[in-house]
Design a protein around this ligand. Sequence first.
Ligand SMILES: NC(=O)C1=CN([C@@H]2O[C@H](COP(=O)(O)OP(=O)(O)OC[C@H]3O[C@@H](n4cnc5c(N)ncnc54)[C@H](OP(=O)(O)O)[C@@H]3O)[C@@H](O)[C@H]2O)C=CC1
Ligand SMILES: O=C(O)C1=N[C@H](C(=O)O)C[C@H](O)C1
Length: 241
Amino acid sequence: MTDSTPRIGILGADGRMGRAVEAACEGRFDVAARITLANPDYESLSACDVVIDFSAASALVAALAYLKPGTALVSGTTGLSDTQEAVVSDAASRLPLLRSGNFSVGIAVLSALARQATATLGVGWDIEILEMHHRHKVDAPSGTALMLGDACAKGRDVSLATVAVQDRDGPRRDGDIGFAVLRGGGVYGNHEVRIVSESEMITLGHQALNRDVFAHGALSAADWLIGRAPGLYTMNDLIKT
Ligand SMILES: NC(=O)C1=CN([C@@H]2O[C@H](COP(=O)(O)OP(=O)(O)OC[C@H]3O[C@@H](n4cnc5c(N)ncnc54)[C@H](OP(=O)(O)O)[C@@H]3O)[C@@H](O)[C@H]2O)C=CC1
Ligand SMILES: O=C(O)C1=N[C@H](C(=O)O)C[C@H](O)C1
């Protein structure tokens, strides 16, 4: 480590992702703060150049108050309420903030393909999004599934909120974007977008083969984000530069 090695804070450091991030920091980042539920020393975040968050919505919201203006924040936590989403988005007026429901490059590409496919195909095709994750996952549908749903909705020029069906208990309506959720075992994260007509079905899919893909993606985002102007950034900003 040198004096110029960026100082990083890990929010949710003892979690599955927090541990993967800490391991991936080796030789690249100086881990200056580790925030856990047992030791929530948020003050230590004020000494960091960048904070990586894979924790819980309440922890993310609590941490915001301790970040000095200009501290880069990379957040992957999913399952925020609308109110929590608004609080976090507001923080982008004083922090460079990059958020994504998925830090893999493969999902960024899948998302672009899903948008392109739904824009090209138009009406007459039904969209269903399937996801499977490990048995411990708290939120459903996953942040990634919602991102993919949003990409499909944008392809159709509609708002996802008006067409999303998360708990189907009746017939499908034209224009619905349906979500199906599976949980079990140790699955890192599988996602499929199915686009189906009366005669054919397109399946666009992605499987995460380990958790490191998310950790390395988040650290690439951290490298890119340090020193940028306050604002809300996404993986697309990183990929296109
Ligand atoms: N964007 C992406 O690419 C990815 C996003 N994620 C998301 O990241 C989040 C974390 O996932 P994962 O690591 O699997 O979950 P874990 O439950 O393994 O980790 C979360 C950690 O945060 C801790 N925590 C909870 N509340 C607080 C708090 N108030 N202060 C400090 N620490 C707290 C938990 O402590 P305790 O265990 O004691 O409850 C736990 O150690 C989820 O929202 C998940 O969806 C996950 C993978 C990739
Ligand atoms: O909780 C997880 O594990 C994951 N969560 C993210 C999500 O909600 O999409 C990303 C990835 O699929 C793993």
